[in-house]
Design a protein. Structure first.
Length: 153
């Protein structure tokens, strides 16, 4: 690791690009990336790329929430943000699984509802449809090739 006095702290075009991507993730991701750059300079850009890269694999709002939590906990590292993001994703999936019916369970079907008509109504509909003569499907006209010669009038 470079000594503090040898680190470059002026932002490059790449730094601006990374911070722009962090801003697109959310305010906490942007704040954490700005903090990391202020602490480590350009040497720390790999961490910034790592945090921004998490948004390609995980929902942005979860990455931003993980950044907020990392700031609150005072642990400003890519690995910690990644671990927090993975935990948030696992928690979200567990919540979805808890609210999803078991595969073996059957949904109960109902036979009566204001939108469900009686069987007689459906029988009449099918009988009328079957009594109608079938419409012929028009055939496709032969493709014509436009002329490349233009006649002058």
């Amino acid at each position: 690791m470079l000594p503090y006095e040898e680190r470059v702290f002026n932002p490059s075009r790449e730094t601006h690009r990374i911070l722009g991507q962090a801003k697109a993730i959310g305010p906490d991701a942007e704040r954490l990336c700005q903090m990391l750059f202020a602490i480590e300079g350009r040497v720390g850009q790999r961490k910034l790329w790592g945090i921004v890269g998490l948004a390609e694999r995980y929902p942005r709002r979860l990455v931003d929430s993980a950044c907020a939590r990392a700031i609150a906990e005072g642990v400003h590292s890519y690995r910690h943000v990644k671990t927090l993001t993975e935990k948030l994703v696992a928690d979200a999936l567990a919540t979805i699984d808890a609210n999803t019916p078991e595969q073996g369970s059957q949904l109960s079907l109902i036979q009566e509802h204001p939108l469900i008509q009686s069987a007689d109504v459906y029988a009449d509909l099918f009988a009328r449809g079957a009594a109608r003569p079938a419409r012929a499907v028009p055939s496709e006209p032969a493709a014509t090739i436009p002329s490349t010669h233009h006649e002058h009038e």
